[in-house]
Structures are given as C-alpha cells and as structure tokens.
Design a protein around this ligand. Structure first.
Ligand code: AP5
Length: 246
C-alpha cells in the first residue's frame, strides 16, 4: 500500500473541513506532539487546554491565579473554568473548518458539556458549517504506564516556538537548545516526579472513564502510542482516512 507523508497529505487536506478531533491519553502519551503534526497537515488549530492555562498562569490573569496551585499539585482545574475557556476559544475564526482538542475533555462532565456545546454551534449552520462542529472523532493514544514516566521527566520544550523535545527519545542537536530558533529549552514544573505521580492518578480516576464514554458512542479510535513518533503519526492518519476526516 502506498504510504503518503503527512506533508504530502496536507497539500490536499488543508482546504477541507476536518471537523473536531480529540486527542485523548495519559500525561506523556504524545497528545501534544501528534496534535501539532495533525494541525499542520489539516490546517486547523491545535487547542491545548494545558498550554492556554500555562499562558494564563504566566500572565497572572484571574484564571491563571486560580489555576496555578491546582496545576502545581497535578490536579485538574475545575470543569467550569476550563469549559468557559474552551467556549471562548471555539468562537475564534480559525475554528471554522474544525479543530484539534489536546487535553480536553478530561472528565465526563467536560465531555457532556462539549457534546452540548457542539450541538449549539451546529444550529443554523449550512452543511459545511455543521461538519466543522460535528460529533468529534476521538484518538486515544495507548502507552504502557512505565514508559510515561521517562517521557515526562525527559521532556523539554521551546518557550518561543513550542516545539517539544525529549532528552532520551527526541534530543535537540545541541543539548538544551532549540534546533529551530536557538532558544534555551525549559522543563515544565509539573514534570517533577512527585507531581507526575499525582497527574497519573488524576488521569486514572477522572479521564480514563472517557474511553468508555466515547467507545459506547462509536467515536473512539485507539492508536498504539508506544511506537516511534513517525509510526504513531502514520497509524493515526490511516485511522482518520477511514473515518473520512482527511
Ligand atoms: P496538559 O498540558 O494537557 O498535560 P498532560 O495531559 O498531562 O499531557 P502532557 O502535555 O504532559 O503530555 P502529552 O500527551 O501532550 O505528551 P507530549 O506530546 O508532550 O495539562 C497540564 C495540566 O493543566 C493538568 O495537569 C491540569 O492541571 C490542567 N488541565 C489541562 N487541561 C485540563 C482540563 N481539560 N481540565 C482540567 N484541567 C486541565 O510528549 C511527552 C514527551 O514524550 C515529550 O518529551 C515528547 O518528545 C515525547 N514523545 C512523544 N511521543 C513519543 C514517542 N512516540 N516516542 C518517544 N517519545 C515520545
């Protein structure tokens, strides 16, 4: 079978309505890494609730002040705050052909809210507009628990361009420096081992039930996240082609 690279696929997909895609998986599963590749290929935005929250923390906004300690402990930010934040983001013009939710929803209440919100967004829209906010396709990245710790403790990111590296699996050419713009790479405060343990517990308790939620609704695609980044991307793209999202 002929395999197309994401960039080759992207040439023909950037103009099409892709609709909502959700990246689901535990901390360190590779949601952000794969969401960026998907966003670039499909020409729709990656909406990372973690990134938006971290930006609010850095700017010391009202939301950031409320979220800071919760995130620092590895707990989830209250549903109401996150849902309001996502509602605002989905109104922006770049979501008109679809969007990739990275790290949202994370609780059953958030998933129910999203279903209702997408329903409201479809009201009064033409066929293309309705497709842009159709029922989401959910890509669940499955990664063995023991591998997550190494991925998270080894993660470094570029504060300028957002590129994600890993000192073990995806090191930059010069240690500690972004290949693209030369910025010094940083580690996330919540990638400390004791906080990672709490994040993984929160995932098991509050987010894992979403696998059943979306599975029962026939929207779940499981992808083996325990492969190279390129192999995960290829499996994800094949799965999306099958549901006609590309
Ligand atoms: P968030 O930023 O969403 O963090 P997370 O879900 O814990 O996920 P991560 O960003 O840690 O991992 P990832 O799956 O994106 O992996 P990545 O691609 O970076 O949330 C942070 C906090 O914000 C939460 O704890 C919570 O407090 C709050 N929050 C956010 N959303 C919320 C919500 N909806 N409700 C309530 N609270 C919310 O990859 C990880 C590493 O692995 C990288 O170094 C990467 O290079 C490497 N890697 C990736 N793929 C591979 C591969 N295939 N092989 C080897 N290495 C790989």
């Amino acid at each position: 079978m002929e395999t197309q690279t994401p960039s080759a696929v992207g040439v023909k997909t950037k103009q099409r309505v892709a609709g909502p895609i959700i990246m689901l998986g535990p901390p360190g599963a590779g949601k952000g890494t794969q969401a960026k590749l998907l966003a670039e290929t499909l020409g729709i935005p990656q909406i990372s609730t973690g990134d938006i929250l971290r930006d609010n923390v850095a700017r010391k906004t009202e939301l950031g002040v409320k979220a800071k300690d919760v995130m620092g402990r590895g707990d989830l930010v209250p549903d109401e705050l996150v849902c309001d934040m996502v509602a605002d983001r989905l109104l922006q013009a770049d979501c008109a052909r679809g969007f990739i939710l990275d790290g949202f929803p994370r609780t059953v209440r958030q998933a129910e809210w999203l279903d209702a919100q997408l329903g409201k967004m479809r009201e009064g829209k033409d066929e293309e507009g309705q497709k842009a906010c159709a029922a989401p396709v959910v890509i669940a990245l499955v990664v063995e628990y023991n591998h997550l710790l190494q991925r998270l403790t080894g993660r470094r990111s570029c504060p300028t361009c957002g590129l994600i590296y890993n000192v073990y699996y995806q090191p930059p050419k010069v240690p500690g420096i972004c290949d693209v713009d030369g910025t010094t790479l940083v580690a996330r405060p919540d990638d400390a081992e004791e906080v990672i343990a709490e994040r993984l517990k929160a995932y098991e308790r509050l987010t894992l039930p979403l696998v059943a939620y979306y599975g029962e609704r026939g929207r779940l695609i499981e992808v083996n996240g325990d492969q190279s980044v390129e192999a995960v991307t290829a499996q994800m793209f094949r799965a999306l082609e099958n549901v006609n999202r590309m």
